[in-house]
Design a protein around this ligand. Sequence first.
Ligand SMILES: Nc1nc2c(ncn2[C@@H]2O[C@H](COP(=O)(O)OP(=O)(O)OP(=O)(O)O)[C@@H](O)[C@H]2O)c(=O)[nH]1
Ligand SMILES: C=C(OP(=O)(O)O)C(=O)O
Length: 212
Amino acid sequence: MQWTLVVPLKPLARAKSRLSDTAADGLRPGLALAFALDTVAAALACPAVKDVAVVTGDALAGRELGALGAHIVGDEPGGGLNAALAHAAGVVRTSRPETPVAALNADLPALRPLELARVLDAAAEFPRAFLPDAAKIGTTLLAASPGNELRPAFGTDSRARHRTSGAVELLLDAVDSVRQDVDTGADLRAALVLGVGPRTAAMAARLLIKEQ
Ligand SMILES: Nc1nc2c(ncn2[C@@H]2O[C@H](COP(=O)(O)OP(=O)(O)OP(=O)(O)O)[C@@H](O)[C@H]2O)c(=O)[nH]1
Ligand SMILES: C=C(OP(=O)(O)O)C(=O)O
């Protein structure tokens, strides 16, 4: 099964606020863009991915991610993350009603295409399925097989909310790169240990990341 991914990205100027102690205001938008570019480049290289739609209202991010090969969907209806994801999934399904759709966070700079393929192949066994993040509280991927609505419930405690919604939690090992979202300086260090993509590596080299 080949999936269409929907990847949400908020305006870069407001992105990654929890990294403010790690990256100064002048560097954070570029870091958020680097995460998104490395995430989408890895997703596009995944054999289980047909195409990627990024839902964003950010013009620069739209241009750069479009140049990588992603489709860009406008950030409507302006109702936040889950509304944006539901809108993008609806746009995809309007033209291709039977396509399997999965939401993937834009902050997975260590993403490895073959690990993503394992997760999507496992998700194909269920109507809806999700992968918890490395912190075991959130979600990095939510998948809906053909005939099923995505019904995204990302945000605080999304692991519990996706489970309550009836989505099946995927119990997989060796998919660390798909779980490792980057919200904090500690997350960034963990991603660097896994090995990040080239754009994030270049941006990280510009940061002074102190050892703890
Ligand atoms: N299109 C769109 N994407 C969003 C929106 N809100 C959040 N996102 C994206 O959803 C993912 C998770 O969002 P958050 O954790 O709220 O924001 P973040 O920028 O990752 O980090 P913080 O600012 O530290 O909370 C990121 O890829 C965001 O860019 C929104 O309103 N619209
Ligand atoms: C939106 C989510 O991600 P984050 O860890 O960026 O808050 C989530 O886990 O549902």
